[in-house]
Design a protein around this ligand. Structure first.
Ligand code: LLP
Length: 393
């Protein structure tokens, strides 16, 4: 991905910055579209993974919808010019202002996480003389086999309505006249690499749907399985585009739909993860007592995933594109005054010196979106591959 030509473009740029490979992005979106279309599945890109205007506009161009988890995300989605009937709104703690905004813009639907929230939405619907479409986000008690901060479908997680309370919630919602129940929603976690978790989810959804029909005579229009599809952080090159087709095939083979039901997904990471890299410069190579530290100008404020989840991203010295031999070991750290400001330990590189450019791969998702200005650091800029080539040409 990083050749001499690209290095020459990068060399004159101020670091750190996010680099987005737009060719890879389009390739990935094309694959996603044809895989989803062949099953007639509906995709709502989870804006939280990366909310850059250009990225959202590109995704919108493929006809996908958006999944939002805050009022400002709903606002941003609407600002891209997307039809609001492609917007879903999730989140355990939607404020009254956020609910109002979304009702006023007639979004496709709210994914509701508690009976209290449904009642508040119903009250606002009543005041505005509107019937508001909602789905129930259920917590299905399924282990997504991922980092504990990235799992959302277990009883200890704050997300979703426990399936145990479903009958009670259905009975209550029947008494509310300013909401319309249109679907069931699930999201069991993120960075899920184990298809068995999705198989388990489909089987759980099947039995929930059967019970819903038997007990209440209800068949809902939509089933939304959320996001979560993981990417290959260890060896991105081997899987630059996630296996969307295989993922949808698994769902297709295990999810039993009722008549005319539509299936929705809210993919985030898998859509934007591999096309982004954080590009940084080596400030110093510092000798420790028994190790060497590679001190970068990028830190945890630019990419917090390693500090927050112990996430490991592939790190490359791109000043030496041809050099294959990696016989120097460094701890790769940032400049922020926190010991957790570290990207990885004991990473093998070719010999590296001050001024070399370093790429932290697979950073398109939850990279720039989670930037902070702790210690008053600047925010990294975004550079898009097509703009770079145009500028240079
Ligand atoms: N839908 C809902 C309701 C969600 O909460 C999420 C992500 C998604 C969809 C998209 O999931 P994805 O396809 O991206 O896995 N900051 C963490 C990831 C947090 C994910 C939160 N929810 C990270 O850097 O790994």
């Amino acid at each position: 991905m990083f050749n001499k030509e690209l290095y020459n473009y990068f060399f004159h740029l101020e670091t750190p910055f996010y680099y987005y490979d737009m060719n890879l992005f389009h390739d990935s979106l094309n694959k996603l579209k044809s895989a989803a279309d062949s099953y007639n599945y509906h995709i709502h890109y989870a804006i939280k993974a990366n909310a850059n205007t250009r990225i959202l506009e590109t995704i919108k161009g493929y006809g996908f919808g958006f999944d939002c988890v805050s009022g400002n995300e709903v606002k941003k989605a609407i600002e891209t010019g997307i039809n609001p009937d492609k917007i879903v709104f999730s989140g355990v703690g939607k404020s009254d202002a956020e609910i109002n905004y979304a009702i006023d813009h007639s979004i496709f639907g709210f994914n509701c996480e508690s009976l209290e929230e449904i009642e508040v939405i119903n009250d606002w619907g009543f005041k505005k003389q509107k019937v508001v479409p909602i789905s129930l986000r259920l917590n299905p008690n399924i282990d997504a086999v991922t980092h504990k901060y990235l799992t959302t479908g277990l009883p200890e997680n704050k997300f979703g309505i426990p399936v145990h309370f479903l009958d009670e919630v259905i009975t209550q919602t029947k008494t509310l006249s300013n909401i319309k129940l249109i679907g069931l929603h699930f999201h069991i976690g993120s960075q899920i690499r184990e298809m068995n978790s999705y198989i388990e989810l489909c089987e759980r959804v099947n039995s929930i749907q059967d019970n819903l029909f038997k007990k209440h005579g209800i068949i809902l229009e939509h089933v939304n399985l959320g996001g979560g599809l993981g990417i290959n952080y260890e060896n991105p090159e081997s899987e630059l585009i996630p296996d969307y087709a295989g993922f949808f095939e698994t769902v297709y083979n295990h999810l039993k739909l009722k008549k005319n039901q539509k299936v929705h997904f809210e993919l985030g990471r898998s859509v934007v993860g591999q096309m982004g890299s954080l590009i940084s410069r080596v400030l110093y190579i510092k000798k420790g007592l028994n190790k060497e530290f590679m001190i970068l100008d990028a830190g945890m404020t630019d990419l917090i995933r390693p500090a927050l989840y112990g996430a490991q991203h592939k790190i490359q010295n791109i000043s030496k594109p041809g050099v294959k031999i990696k016989n120097y070991k460094y701890d790769v750290v940032g400049p922020v005054c926190e010991s957790s400001d570290s990207f990885d330990d004991n990473v093998m590189f070719p010999i590296t010196k001050r001024g070399d450019l370093i790429a932290i791969r697979s950073s398109g998702a939850y990279g720039e979106a989670m930037v902070s200005q702790y210690t008053l650091r600047d925010k990294p800029k975004a550079i898009y591959s097509d703009e770079l080539i145009n500028k240079a040409g």
